[in-house]
Design a protein around this ligand. Structure first.
Ligand code: RB5
Length: 149
């Protein structure tokens, strides 16, 4: 499957440095990135950040999104409230690959206070290079979608 190499990226104040590093990394790999910020270290609520990016993915403007906060958990929870979004927190590359292959995740969340820079970039690579396998997994993803109401 050919996927447009576009993604939306956001964080709260706890993950600004990691967000900048991911922006540079994926841009160098040829991805077109819409970095929603924040651009200052001022405290900003992760639910608003996650929801803003999630709506852009759910609307089809971006096939993928990457979310960052301190743990990756809060911003993931907010994003998953938006219909059409399937976001997983990943602290390892195996999970990052599997949420694409089996769960057709369209958003990835990482905890900037949990993983180091090198691992975070590997997690991003694993997520962005894996494809959804379909088949029996498609049936299960449809079951997730049915829960959205
Ligand atoms: C902010 O201090 C912190 O709560 C946030 O980045 C995140 O870890 C929430 O899930």
């Amino acid at each position: 499957m050919t996927v447009t190499k576009r993604l939306v990226l956001t964080s709260d104040h706890a993950a600004i440095e990691l967000r900048r590093a991911i922006f540079d990394h994926v841009t160098a790999l040829g991805w077109e990135v819409d970095d929603l910020g924040p651009m200052t270290t001022e405290s900003t609520p992760y639910p608003e950040r996650g929801a803003e990016a999630a709506r852009l993915v759910a609307s089809g403007q971006y096939p993928f999104g990457i979310l960052l906060c301190g743990t990756g958990q809060g911003i993931m929870m907010a994003a998953n409230k938006v219909k059409g979004v399937r976001c997983g927190v990943c602290m390892d590359t195996f999970s990052a690959r599997m949420i694409r292959q089996h769960n057709d995740a369209n958003m990835l969340s990482i905890g900037a206070r949990v993983v180091g820079l090198g691992l975070a970039l590997d997690i991003v690579d694993a997520f962005l290079t894996a494809d959804f396998e379909g088949g029996r997994h498609a049936t299960r993803v449809e079951m997730i979608k049915a829960l959205e109401g």
